[in-house]
Write a protein that binds this ligand. Structure first.
Ligand SMILES: O=C1O[C@H](COP(=O)(O)O)[C@@H](O)[C@H](O)[C@H]1O
Length: 241
């Protein structure tokens, strides 16, 4: 695995860097296969994608979108990640709703996770960990990524592709999330994180050598590429500064 860290001076540069990498990864993948399978995250990532993806040159009909995690709330709730993509992304990027593989928010959390894994199984080879072409991840100020939180037993999940969580320390409490073995099987993972409120956490993730690493520090795709895109605020505690 190779890790590349890019520090950008402002939001325009972040969007450009992120979308250049996404364009390269999509075109490289679509030269070899007929589908580009992307895992999306929620939070601050959405605005960068909405700003940058419209200018990406690719065959959008071949993209399939999944969620790295999703909050178990109705799609019209402000906390819903798919709800946010439906509201903000679909009006800017030339893709259709049926290109998104979404959870069933009417189910209980255990059933929603099992149902989402079954939906994934239709797009990946059974009996192996799913191999996403690209995962787009964010990091919370506590070092969580997806809905994998520091010290949570889900960090040890080694069987399921998708796990339920009903005690998320960040609301809403019920969510479903991809597990670490899935994240670490991807062809390419891009983290995007901004703001100096996350600077100490980013230092712990990228430079710490901790006995119990933060969840985002556990994402190290075995055979894939790992990119970190930061702004100067998020990077301000790194040794390079
Ligand atoms: O709760 C969540 O938070 C993380 C980080 O969000 P950010 O706004 O701090 O970038 C996000 O990646 C995840 O998808 C979401 O459910």
């Amino acid at each position: 695995m190779s890790t590349k860290i890019t520090v950008c001076k402002d939001e325009t540069e972040i969007v450009k860097e992120l979308c250049n990498l996404i364009e390269k990864q999509s075109n490289c993948c679509l030269e070899k296969t007929n589908e580009f399978k992307v895992g999306l995250s929620g939070g601050s990532l959405i605005k960068y994608l909405v700003n940058g993806l419209p200018s990406v040159k690719t065959d959008w009909t071949k993209w399939r979108f999944f969620f790295c995690d999703e909050r178990l709330v109705p799609f019209d709730d402000n906390e819903s990640t798919y709800g946010a993509y439906k509201r903000d992304f679909l009006s800017h990027v030339p893709v259709l709703e049926n290109q998104f593989v979404v959870i069933d928010p009417t189910l209980e959390v255990e059933a929603a996770a099992a149902d989402y894994q079954q939906k994934l199984e239709k797009h990946f080879t059974m009996g192996q960990w799913p191999k996403f072409d690209l995962l787009l991840l964010g990091v919370g100020p506590d070092g969580h990524t997806c809905s994998l939180f520091p010290g949570h037993p889900l960090l040890k999940e080694d069987k399921k592709w998708v796990a339920p969580i009903n005690d998320s320390p960040k609301p809403p409490p019920c969510r479903v999330t991809l597990t670490l073995p899935v994240l670490n099987n991807a062809h390419c993972v891009i983290f995007c994180s901004t703001g100096n409120s996350k600077a100490r956490t980013i230092k712990r993730i990228l430079e710490g050598n901790e006995a119990y690493p933060l969840p985002a520090a556990l994402v190290k795709p075995r055979e894939g590429k790992l990119h970190w895109i930061l702004d100067e605020g998020a990077a301000e505690c790194l040794d390079r500064n």
